[in-house]
Design a protein around this ligand. Structure first.
Ligand SMILES: [Zn+2]
Ligand SMILES: [Zn+2]
Length: 648
């Protein structure tokens, strides 16, 4: 008999050879119907894998992330089968599940797959699915595997990197694939499948290698779920930050300036500036001091920090000067510069913590294929800050940073978020630098802070960096997509490398602890996420222009100016559209630009000192005519609802 421990801690005994599906059946028939994947002692197994030792078993249904992964990975096998049937002679490479759906990278040779082919592939996938083929794993020798794939140089390369005795195949229907496992019981539960797109992808992500075709797909156990998903995708397209950035005239990319180097247009720059001012104001209250550092630094600086070892070879290469042997790097991180600011004078424990903040622009090389709008760029500005404190101050500092991050999320309408606490690997504590005592302190500080602030958090062991534990925030946007924002990271490494110290109450020198933190992450990525989250309808306080004054004709230019001036006195940002165009056209254009308020002014309004207020996106419903002061009061009230002041 073997002992199987379930996630709730209960232990059940079974005969050796029991499968996860048998265990599910022994619990309930309903569970057995819904179980599609399992893991045993932390490793993914098939629902039919025979278990022969004691261990921890987790059963997954479609609702679990692991269940979806198995579902999508299994569908990628079926899609590969359909592709092979419909495009004979193609070469399959790899086909993993991804966050949403799956892909298969295929060498189509002289053939080509286009949108027109998608439907017949999908139909064939569903046909195979309906035949309810089981996924069956089997072992193969290296020689057998190489023989099977003798005409496929990609799979051959994969097999050559595997050890004999560890190679497995997965069979279903007439199809066999090299695979490590993790499948649903049979194809029958795949009820809906769609090919989403095709794109170029280099073999193993290396642009020196052959370009393959990546076929992206998704599948669901219910047709309804696919329909809903496709609707969501349509909405995501409408909200694509690259599209909105162009429509709202926020940013631009110029091939002449270079790929991945965004140019901020006046409206986008105003938006950025407003975000910066917002955070600077809160940071000032929280005791941060603003610093400024150059965009380049001597190579030695980054050798000292260790960033050269990390970014050197794979990033921008050193800049040489006319002087012999001088080498500078574009800065990939602001931290080394801030360490040198700390080192500018000696400190006593009474002076700490020091909190240095900078909107610092950094540069990292990304392959051109990896670039994506503002979310993957080659130069970006971090809302960076480094806190230098004593180990005993960590607890309070961490809580303060969390307060700041929560303030940022709250003011920008991100209400749905979770946190991940990344700690050391319990089994392998040697790979981390810093004393055990300090790690203990830092880990407890983070957990206490997360608890104290009522965060919805999970603890991940082994996810800490070698130099310190961290806390990451994941936000869900309006379309239900998760984004990682706001990292708070403890660091024992850089204080060591830069020989930072302070004089303690014992008159001895001690190492400070360093905290890296960036609530936005980078301005570029944050604005992209904010654009997609809000669809361009930013919170009113952040809008570059909160209102546009539309005159009924040029006759009312002076009155329009008067309205604008009065609003300006109340710090309300308004533009005037005084063109000789019809009011209908002016409204349509203002709608596209998403001005929250359109203020229509004509003879009546001028006579009475009023504005006719129309709200964005409401098609004229609820239009009201009110005094200018009343409108100003309305805007102020709405702003104060989302933008509270930051209290420390
Ligand atoms: Zn597989
Ligand atoms: Zn840093």
């Amino acid at each position: 008999m073997i002992k199987i421990t379930l996630p709730d801690g209960s232990i059940r005994e079974y005969a050796s050879g029991v499968t996860p599906m048998d265990v599910a059946k022994s619990i309930s028939e309903g569970l057995a119907r819904n179980v599609i994947s399992a893991s045993f002692n932390g490793t993914t197994v098939e629902t039919e894998t025979q278990l022969t030792t004691d261990g921890n078993l987790t059963l997954y249904t479609w609702d679990a992330a692991e269940g979806k992964k198995a579902f999508w990975h299994s569908t990628s096998h079926v899609m590969a089968q359909a592709l092979e049937e419909l495009f004979p002679g193609i070469k399959l490479t790899i086909g993993p599940a991804i966050e949403r759906g799956f892909y298969y990278d295929v060498d189509f040779g002289d053939k080509k797959i286009t949108d027109a082919d998608f439907k017949k592939v999908e139909d064939r996938v569903l046909e195979i699915a309906r035949e309810k083929h089981e996924f069956k794993m089997r072992s193969a020798t290296k020689a057998e595997a190489l023989e099977l794939y003798k005409d496929n140089e990609f799979k051959t390369e994969l097999i050559q990197n595997l050890e004999d005795g560890t190679i497995t195949f997965c069979d279903h229907s007439t199809f066999t694939d090299l695979c490590r496992g993790g499948h649903i019981p049979n194809t029958g539960i795949i009820k809906a499948m769609k090919i989403l797109s095709v794109a170029g992808a280099y073999w193993r992500g290396d642009e020196k290698n052959k370009q393959l075709t990546r076929v992206y797909g998704i599948s669901f156990p219910k047709q309804k779920e696919l329909t809903e998903y496709l609707e969501l995708l349509e909405e995501a397209k409408r909200r694509d930050h690259r599209k909105l950035g162009k429509e709202l005239e926020l940013f631009h990319f110029s091939q002449r300036v270079g790929q991945g180097l965004p140019l901020w247009l006046p409206k986008g720059a105003a938006l950025r500036d407003r975000l910066e001012q917002f955070l600077k104001k809160a940071q000032k209250k929280a005791g941060y001091e603003q610093v400024v550092t150059p965009h380049i630094g001597q190579k030695e600086l980054y050798v000292t920090s260790g960033h050269y070892a990390k970014y050197g070879a794979d990033s921008f290469q050193p800049i040489h000067t006319p002087a012999e042997g001088e080498e500078f790097l574009l800065k990939p991180m602001n931290c080394p510069h801030h360490c040198e600011i700390y080192n500018a004078r000696p400190w006593s424990y009474k002076d700490l913590p020091k909190r240095y903040a900078e909107f610092g622009t950094v540069y990292r090389y990304e392959q051109s294929g990896e670039l994506h709008g503002l979310t993957r760029v080659r130069g970006f500005t971090q809302d960076d800050a480094h806190i230098f404190c004593t180990p005993d101050q960590l607890d309070l500092e961490f809580k303060k940073v969390i307060d700041l991050v929560l303030y940022v999320f709250g003011s920008l309408g991100f209400e749905n978020f979770t946190a991940q606490v990344s700690l050391r690997d319990k089994e392998n504590r040697d790979k981390y630098i810093g004393s055990d005592e300090n790690w203990e302190k830092a880990e407890n500080a983070i957990i206490n802070a997360a608890k104290d602030k009522g965060l919805n958090y999970v603890i991940e062991y082994g996810e800490a960096a070698f130099y310190g534990p961290k806390l990451d925030f994941m936000v869900k946007d309006a379309l239900g997509r998760s984004w990682q924002l706001g990292t708070i990271q403890v660091d024992y490494n850089l204080p060591e490398r830069f020989d930072l110290n302070y004089k303690g109450s014992d008159n001895e020198l001690h190492r400070p602890v360093m905290i890296h933190r960036a609530p936005f992450g980078s301005m570029e990525r944050f604005i992209a996420i904010l654009l997609e989250h809000t669809g361009g309808n930013f919170p009113l306080w952040l809008m570059p222009e909160q209102a546009i004054i539309l005159s009924l004709s040029e006759k009312y230019e002076n009155y329009a100016k008067k309205v604008s001036e009065l609003l300006e006195n109340d710090e309300i940002r308004a533009l005037i559209d005084n063109r000789n165009e019809t009011i209908g056209k002016k409204i349509r254009e203002a709608e596209v630009q998403k001005y929250p308020f359109m203020l229509i002014v004509g003879e009546e309004e001028e006579k009475n000192g009023t504005v006719s207020v129309r709200r964005h996106g409401q098609e004229g419903k609820g239009n009201i005519t009110i005094k200018i002061e009343e409108f100003a009061a309305l805007v102020k009230e709405e702003v104060s609802k989302s933008l509270k002041s930051f209290d420390v």
